[in-house]
Design a binder for this molecule. Sequence first.
Ligand SMILES: [Mg+2]
Length: 403
Amino acid sequence: MCEHMFVYNGSMSTPPSCPRASYRAVAHLDLDAFFASVEENLDPSLRGQPVVVGGGERGVVATANYIARRYGVHSAMPLRTARRLCPHGVYLSGNHHLYHRYSKQLMAILRGYSPLVEQVSLDEAYVDLTGTERLFGPVRRTARAIQEEVQEQLHLSISVGLATNKLVAKVASDFRKPHGFTVVPAGSEAAFLAPLPVQRLPGVGPALLGQLQDRGVRTVGDLARVPERLLRMSFGEWGEMLATAARGQDHRRVSPRETVKSISRETTFPEDVGDAAVLEATLISLCEDVCRRLRRRRLEARTVTVKIRYSDFVTHTCSHTLLPARDVDEVFFREVLALFRQGRQRRYRIRLLGVGLSNLVPRSWQDDLFDQEVPLLRELNMKLDLIREKYGKTAVRRGAAQS
Ligand SMILES: [Mg+2]
């Protein structure tokens, strides 16, 4: 396995053992070709072959291993295209249970080095190593030890970026994939980023990239030279964020999310209700609410529960567990309505309705590449979330929802 070590040496005034103690030491770790690598562990005969993990005939590529990538196969590409580019590849439909199990093991390893582990997706996390020197020695050695432990315990290759903040650590982990190990010492953040294409900055998607290129911005260095005032004029708040990012600054903390077991909401009607249309509209509205909270916490849910309390206080709950976990409203609307229609077995009026989501797992956007409908729905959902956050919950409602 090839390894790369990059230490920026340009005008560095700080010793290579940086990030220094007075700075934060943030590592970003990202497994290489995660799903495909797990499949190779499972069946070592796959090693050396192009391996593509993705959903059925109409699906898209979730992960391609590095050999398949040489043929131009990449994530989110329709499988049909992948098969044309790489007809002799091994195509697998994937095993979510197994990937989740590996993910849990990865996070357990990381938590052995710091209590400050922020899981971003199934195969990606930030670890704040600030102040771990007394326990483990220089942070650079610790980051290397984590990489080795993941390799030994899970037989998975992971890329590591070590820097003074999350933004630079993330760009660094991606700098020399696979099995990369990139250290960006304190003080050299902007110099490290400067030659990189501007789309390497997290958040610079195709639309923004087009606008930046129209203004002659190609590298992060180009961006850093644009006066912040101009960026703010062109891109509003985004402009300010871009300017900060171009300087290699990022003040976000590594924040482990508290483990939420479930998210639920219920409502008691002012007067008991018998009208199915009103009841179902209420359920949709409750469902929207819990889904929004789910997405805000970057979680996905597997189990959905509907609670029905009748006018005589008899209470029924019914649940359904889906696979894989989801975070978009539309999926849960269908479930909630089906559960309600099945579960409402008495003719009494209803006093209270509740919707709950449980069996929560960290969001894994990659998983959704198995399904083409879900990313579009998510994009819509997230836009609605933004509007509601800005203008209030009732600013946008679906036709059937009752406020
Ligand atoms: Mg990865």
